[in-house]
Design a protein around this ligand. Structure first.
Ligand SMILES: *Cc1c(COP(=O)(O)O)cnc(C)c1O
Length: 449
């Protein structure tokens, strides 16, 4: 029986022939080999007694092998800065500029006025100075490297005082204290988890203290018996203060109708904080980058640190960052997707949910659909206390569970990622891009095939 089944497996070359007009041969070969290996193994282990599903099995395998690994997905989770889904999508004009610069040569390190070597860092420094009023600015690969570089430059072999309440972990096992230690700085922890007072810092200062560091508690919110020292007060300690703000906010959140204490870069500079760092792809809404701002005499040595080369920003990121900063310069923040999403009013979201509801209803009438009021989140370790009122389209299928439905939607060429609440799949319309709305009915249709 097993022998017979093994012998009746089609020839490899025949199978490859079957697919190679539709998919590049290199992926077809891999998929055929993997699938046949798998099937032979199942037969030998007695787990398979038929080959009727062979082509179905193979089709799926070839399709998967031929897909790019990195793919666009539709974010219907309602988490705006979704770290798992690539944090901030870029504005249209920003993405176009990245592609334009990437396709050709550029003046990345060439001074066009002088006709000689220039600096890549100059390209965005002027914008950052104008937008925040800082004396000097520098950009690196991400904020984790900014933290490392600031501390390595100014506090290697010296002490940095930081509150215990701020020794945070920011997703994916990135822990501020680990980065600090790796930089060669000696961490002096003061206060307790919920309370740190100015006096705690004062007592900890020695002749070896290089910096006072404040880390924004970006991804959690403490309520109740809590006391910490405002950054303004830390400035009274007559030592350089370094503030890792996390989110890189470049406008007043009230503009978006959001009330929050989230620090924005401009007001940090205005307060006179000596060094500030932030991410490029959180509330700033640009590409992954680390931004360092501050007093000239403290930022210049960071630029000269040889380790800055290790965390150097690349040209596509610089292109994305420049164009994003220009949108702020021109007061066109509405074009930055995450800021637009955060600013949506519930009445608008309800209309949007109704629109999506109708689109799906028309194409996939067999589903049980509804419109549900719920809340979305900012995400990305920003504004954890914030809940944004939103509307979702709820989807129920008479046979498939919400888990099975989401699994199928994840497995398509354009995966659609929603969230599950009380055994119902919800599509939160806040985080779906305009051009994606009309694609959704066909995606769902395909998932049900
Ligand atoms: C997110 C975050 C970081 C890490 O930034 P990346 O750009 O992801 O490297 C560091 N510090 C704080 C306070 C953050 O919120």
């Amino acid at each position: 029986m097993r022998e017979e089944l093994l012998r009746s497996l089609p020839q490899v070359s025949k199978l490859i022939e079957h697919y190679k007009d539709r998919y590049p041969e290199v992926y077809v070969k891999q998929a055929v080999k993997d699938t046949l290996d798998q099937i032979r193994k199942e037969i030998k282990e007695g787990k398979r007694s038929t080959l009727t599903d062979l082509y179905e099995f193979l089709e799926e395998s070839v399709r998967k092998k031929a897909q790019t690994k990195l793919r666009r997905v539709i974010n219907a989770t309602g988490v705006v800065i979704n770290t798992n889904l690539g944090r901030s999508p870029l504005a249209e004009e920003v993405a176009e500029f990245v592609s334009y610069i990437a396709k050709g040569y550029s003046n990345l390190e060439y001074d066009l006025d002088e006709g000689r070597r220039g600096s890549r860092y100059k390209l965005v420094e002027e914008y950052l100075i104008q937008l925040t009023g800082c004396e000097s600015a520098f950009v690196v690969n991400n904020n984790a490297s900014a933290v490392f570089l600031v501390l390595n430059t100014h506090a290697s072999g010296k002490e940095v005082i930081v509150s215990r309440g701020e020794l945070v972990e920011i997703g994916g096992s990135f822990r501020i204290p680990d980065i600090m230690r790796a930089s060669g700085a000696r961490l002096i922890e003061v206060g307790t988890t919920n309370k740190t007072r100015l006096k705690d810092y004062e007592i900890a200062i020695t002749e070896n203290t290089a910096l006072i560091m404040k880390v924004h508690r970006s991804n959690f919110y403490m309520e109740g018996f809590v006391e910490d020292v405002k950054v303004e007060d830390l400035l009274k300690l007559s030592l350089p203060v370094y503030y890792d703000t996390g989110s890189g906010l470049l406008l007043d959140l009230k503009t978006l109708g959001i009330n929050s204490e989230e620090p924005d870069l401009k007001s940090c500079v205005e307060k006179g904080i000596h060094l500030i760092s932030a991410s490029g792809d959180k509330l700033l809404g640009g590409p992954q980058a680390g931004i360092i701002l501050g007093k000239k005499h403290l930022v210049e040595p960071i630029k000269r640190n040889p380790l800055s080369r290790i965390v150097r920003i690349d040209k596509m990121t610089l292109a994305g960052l420049e164009m994003t900063l220009r949108l702020y310069m021109e007061e066109r923040w509405q074009e930055i997707p995450i800021l637009r999403m955060l600013s949506y009013k519930p009445s608008y979201l309800r209309r949007r949910a109704k629109k999506l509801y109708n689109l799906i209803k028309e194409k996939v009438p067999e589903l049980e659909l509804g419109i549900v009021k719920d809340t979305s989140k900012c995400g990305g370790g920003s504004l954890p206390e914030l809940t944004l009122q939103t509307y979702c389209v709820s989807i129920k299928h008479e046979k498939l569970s919400a888990q099975e439905l989401s699994r199928r939607l994840r497995n398509l060429d354009t995966p659609l990622i929603g969230r599950i609440k009380e055994n119902t799949l919800l599509l939160d319309v806040r985080t779906i891009l305009d051009e994606e709305l009309k694609l959704i009915p066909d995606i769902i249709r395909k998932a049900l095939l």
